[in-house]
Ligand binder design. Structure first.
Ligand code: DHB
Ligand code: MG
Length: 225
């Protein structure tokens, strides 16, 4: 009987392949005692491809952790693209910066230390972001989605991580604040006219979870882009 871990190993080996800088980033993060909650390699590659499919030049990431997904975004935007990544924990940001240097992409990544609610308002005068990845404290999902719409433009891609959480998201009465945050994120994506969205369940080395993917709508034309 094959398991999803067997499939994850096959897909990762075949489609992600050898990634010394990514693997070094994961090892450094692990050695520093950070939790192993980074995106799985197959999902990092999914985010990377989505960024390229969207032709995104400017990516905003909320929740850097050790910079593993950041490396994949930085590779996707290319040498004249830019990634702004926000991390509340200075020790994590330090590890992420070292990992980005080691991966050869530090020149195109701006690691901003602070809570999202404090850092996001400082980005209003910058060029709009083409893709926003939300992967921070789940309780603040609605705040981050609101900022994603404000800092994006019609057509901006928004990805919200961890929206299934082992299936718990289907339980309206869950006492888990992270699951409630995931639920509120999904409910906002379903009701806020600034977004058109769906979600994909994932089963990989981290278990059963999922991502919501949305496009920012044009308030007049009603269409993304
Ligand atoms: C948690 C956070 C994540 O971003 C993730 O991908 C998995 C788990 C958590 O805080 O539990
Ligand atoms: Mg996550």
């Amino acid at each position: 009987m094959r398991t999803h871990d067997d499939v994850d190993a096959f897909l990762t080996e075949t489609l992600v392949g050898s990634d010394p800088a990514g693997e070094a980033a994961l090892a450094a993060q692990h050695d520093a005692g950070l939790p192993a909650i980074e995106v799985a390699p197959v999902n990092a590659k999914f985010l990377h491809l989505l960024t390229r499919i969207a032709g995104a030049r400017r990516v905003l990431e909320i929740g850097t952790l050790g910079g593993y997904s950041t490396i994949w975004f930085a590779r996707a935007v290319g040498s004249d693209g830019q990634v702004v990544t926000i991390e509340a924990e200075p020790a994590n940001a330090e590890i992420a910066r070292a990992n980005l240097v080691n991966a050869g992409v530090a020149d195109r990544v701006d690691v901003r230390i602070g809570r999202g609610a404090d850092v996001l308002p400082t980005l209003v005068d910058e060029e709009p972001f083409d893709l926003v990845f939300i992967d921070a404290d789940k309780e603040s999902n609605e705040t981050y989605l609101d900022w994603a719409a404000r800092l994006g433009r019609p057509g901006t891609v928004v990805v919200l991580d961890n929206v299934v959480r082992g299936g718990e998201v289907a339980d309206a009465d869950t006492p888990d604040s992270k699951v409630q945050g995931a639920r509120r994120g999904i409910l906002m994506l379903g009701s806020d006219p600034r977004f058109d969205a769906t979600a994909v369940q994932t089963l990989d080395r981290k278990g059963w979870d999922g991502v919501a993917v949305a496009i920012v709508m044009d308030p007049v034309a009603g269409l993304g882009g």
